[in-house]
Design a protein around this ligand. Sequence first.
Ligand code: AHG
Length: 363
Amino acid sequence: MHWSSFELTSGRFSPDNGRPYACGYVMKSISLIQFLIEERRAGHINAELSLLIEVVARACKRIAVATNKGALGGVLGEAGTGNIQGEAQKKLDVISNEILLEANAWGGQLAACASEEMEDPQPIPDMYPKGNHLLLFDPLDGSSNIDVNISVGTIFSVLRCPDGITEPKAEHFLQAGTTQLAAGYVVYGPATVLVLTFGHGTHEFTLDREVGSFILSRRDIRIPEETAEFAINMSNQRHWEVPMQRYIGELLAGKDGPRAKDFNMRWVASMVADVHRIITRGGVFFYPLDAKIKSKGGKLRLMYEANPMAFIVEQAGGAATTGRERIMDIQPSGLHQRVPVFLGSKNEVDVATHYHVEADAAA
Ligand code: AHG
């Protein structure tokens, strides 16, 4: 239990360690709803954004239920369709997309939604009121992991709808990551966990399944600047650019190499799960450019994967670049634009980015 996540409503503290006594005292948990009310009172968000986050969190609870049913819910396997990226859709990709669209259509908090699973933004139906926000999401990140029962997740980003625009098109979503009002992800793992930022720190909420509420479990998460753990798909090694080969080669050389330190490696192949490990115990995540994906610009999508994750990681004291520039500074050119992603513990992101910038300058 993280004491910082709970309010002590009554009781005394131990003179030995200053902590609350473990028994006989009432601890009051902070729900997501309470947290959102506090954020409104602090002037960090308005009522419409608060409602938007509540609605997204509620939709993610439904996705968690569908995900947890697995084979019993008939949700595993291919949907038999493809998305705009030319990728085969899993049934849960389609189900999660529909849950998020349906939940967000009628509350009056949104002007439009955009998703990895749809070529164009989805307008709010005429019968419902429209709000001032734009919502982007990857409804089910890491979907190749669904059928093998490994963690998957939902990633989302919230932007302001430009003034005077009542029917937002793709061009109205093309705002730099620095303009995000909120970003979050939900990881559907052994526990269902929501991580959220409004630009005032990064906070974690764990779903209490019996109560049905997300409960604050970590406030103001900090990613350690130093790490000895990296995440990358090593099978692409031979296709990487020279500076990436150099950087990872040095990590692999361990204590005997130029870094004089042994590094550990992890790769879940669900960005949400890899990022969650990083915001929990530090580490660094790379999906660099390689010869196979160079023409596409990268593997991961800027608007609903890289930007929200960069916002969350930076707000936790980490860094997020493409290897050449800060992700959130990129002026987007397309709704489904792809970029290389380096993110996590600041010192390692800095070293890897420096190698790329230095190589470009030398060339
Ligand atoms: P998708 O949204 O299509 O499920 O993509 C998953 C992403 C990301 O979550 C993960 O880090 C990466 O793709 C895995 O890629 P590899 O299969 O190349 O390892």
